[in-house]
Design a protein around this ligand. Structure first.
Ligand code: ZN
Length: 113
């Protein structure tokens, strides 16, 4: 089994409107976010790649245009599944997306197949 991972970074304000008011995520705060997108395959293409990771460019564009230096109102888990869907559109070998919210918390979405 081959795996390859590409990492993306963005900075954003964060506020979760559905948590109780005294919950720390209910107050405006910020994070340095990081996402790791992992592709997986049993075989390599003739060029030696699972897939050219340049094909994840639409994911970078989505993050830059929608999330970087923005106010995010979704959970880290929801970010993971959103990036998973974007990555899968570009690269069907996408297996897992892990989103780090700062240095101590991450959430992950993983395909069953
Ligand atoms: Zn937060």
């Amino acid at each position: 089994m081959f795996r390859v991972t590409k990492t993306f970074y963005w900075e954003a304000a964060h506020l979760l409107p559905l948590v109780p008011r005294d919950h720390k995520c209910g107050q405006l705060h910020g994070h340095s976010f990081r996402a790791e997108i992992t592709l997986e395959s049993d075989i390599l293409r003739a060029d030696g790649f699972i897939r050219d990771l340049a094909e994840l460019a639409p994911v970078a564009k989505f993050i830059r245009e929608n999330w970087d230096d923005s106010l995010l109102t979704i959970s880290t888990e929801e970010m993971a599944v959103k990036l998973f869907d974007k990555a899968r559109e570009a690269c069907p070998e996408t297996k897992r997306v892990r989103v780090y919210e700062g240095r101590t918390i991450w959430a992950e979405f993983e395909a069953h197949l």
